[in-house]
Design a protein around this ligand. Structure first.
Ligand code: S3P
Length: 428
């Protein structure tokens, strides 16, 4: 599907966004293993989280969709059913990696498959530590399909070589069922939704500044929860609003977990005005109202590197594409992980920015996007990657002329409502 994006004059309005993708995955997977009926409202509407639901259903959980965003999951009380058919994780790396952690200690053999993009993504990062715990996992040349032969697990103390919340969570999920205390240490604090979700479902977790431990085995109990709005989906609108002096955009019930909200600091550093109100705690997750207004003189510029790059990993594409519209540009370093996401996001951002007439320099682990540039509308190849399709829809708002986004349907992987909401808040 192609989508035509016309330039905008301003961004105004208020939005309540579908539930956070990372939290929805974790709640769906843990609910599938817990005892009792979990009721979730504002569950992510994206296809990725539907993959997690379909997998736990195939593993014996009862999944009942109440409406688009409410779901009831009756769990398997600690024991997934065996399942002869492959578990289809679709486009979702989160489903594949985190479910592998849960399945490693279960009885039976399980096969996990994915679409062509997921089948190219690295899976050694979960196989290695899980194998150290005693798991029997076969990969296909380092990738999916993954075959897991359930086995008893023993706790390990593991330091993650690359910052990855998916890997950390997979190990904590495996630790839930292992004998002994599993500890995961990380040099950069990645998103902690796995830890918070385990606690919400009744598990005991110990945390220090740079480590998290879980003693196994433990049982989980069902919960009732409303999932906070997805700040990585909000990112596209936050960045869009930051580009238009006179803009005013408000988000209700937005997830503001400190390990996810770094974008607000970056936008503030770029000169945008960000207000945060009505903070609340929901199962350990911070939720609040966010208001963004653009600075009259335009955004300045910044360099994102080190720990910041890991914490902003999903927001880097949209930050890169607003670079040309800033005064001093956006430089991104230490972000090689972008090359092994749903697409090679460094290559696609660079190629598509050039298609819009921008000057951009590409590095192995980053990009230099100079500021003060004027872009023109172009045809964008999203590479079937949701975040590329949405990022370039934002770049298109300030370009001269219309932009055609190819593969626009991929937005539905995380955010099916994206284009409708963009039309609602963009003044033309
Ligand atoms: C996620 C972690 C990140 C992120 C992905 C979701 C999660 O991946 O890019 O969109 O929910 O844990 P990595 O763990 O591979 O960095």
């Amino acid at each position: 599907m192609e989508r035509l994006i016309q330039p905008a004059r301003n961004i105004q309005g208020s939005l309540r966004l579908p539930g956070d993708k990372s939290i929805s995955h974790r709640y769906a997977l843990l609910a599938g293993l817990a005892e009792g009926a979990t009721r979730l409202t504002n569950f992510s509407t994206g296809a990725d989280c539907a993959s997690s639901l379909a997998c736990v259903e195939a593993l014996g959980a009862q999944v009942t969709r109440k409406d688009d965003s409410s779901v009831e999951i009756t769990g398997t009380a600690g024991r997934f059913h065996s399942c002869a058919a492959p578990l289809d994780c679709g486009n979702s790396g989160s489903t594949m990696r985190m479910l592998s952690g849960l399945l490693a200690a279960q009885h039976g053999t399980f096969t996990l498959t994915g679409d062509p993009s997921l089948s190219r993504r690295p899976m050694e990062r979960i196989r290695n530590p899980l194998a150290q715990m005693g798991a029997h996992i076969d990969l296909t040349d380092g990738h999916a399909p993954i075959v897991i032969h359930g086995a008893p697990l023993t706790a390990i103390d593991y330091t993650t070589p690359i910052p990855s919340a998916q890997v950390k969570t997979a190990l904590l999920f495996a630790g839930l069922e292992a004998q002994g205390t599993t500890t995961v240490r990380e040099s950069v604090r990645t998103r902690d939704h796995g830890e918070l979700a385990l606690r919400a479902f009744g598990a005991t977790i110990d945390r220090t500044l740079d480590s998290v431990s879980i003693a196994g085995p433990q049982q989980l109990r069902a919960i009732e929860a409303t999932i906070p709005g997805d700040i990585s989906s909000a990112a596209f609108f936050l960045c869009a609003a930051a580009l238009f002096p006179g803009s005013n955009l408000i988000f209700d019930d937005l997830g503001l977990n400190p390990t996810r909200a770094t974008l607000l600091d970056v936008l503030t550093a770029l000169g945008a005005h960000i207000g945060v109100l009505n903070l609340e705690d929901k199962h350990g997750e911070l939720v609040g109202v966010v208001q963004v207004n653009a600075p009259p003189q335009g955004l300045t510029g910044t360099t994102i590197s080190g720990a910041l790059s890991a914490q902003l990993i999903d927001e880097l594409p949209v930050l890169a594409v607003i670079g040309p519209y800033t005064q001093n540009g956006i430089r991104i370093r230490d972000a090689k992980e972008l090359r092994v996401k749903e697409s090679d996001r460094i290559a696609l951002v660079a190629a598509n920015l050039r298609a819009m007439g921008a000057d951009v320099e590409e590095f192995d682990g980053g990009l230099d996007v100079p500021g003060g540039q004027t872009l023109h509308g172009a045809t964008i190849d999203s590479g079937g990657d949701h975040r590329i399709a949405m990022a370039f829809s934002v770049a298109a708002l300030r370009a001269h002329g219309d932009t055609l986004i190819r593969g626009a349907e991929s937005a539905a992987i995380s955010f099916p409502e994206f284009f409708d909401l963009l039309d609602r808040v963009a003044e033309r």
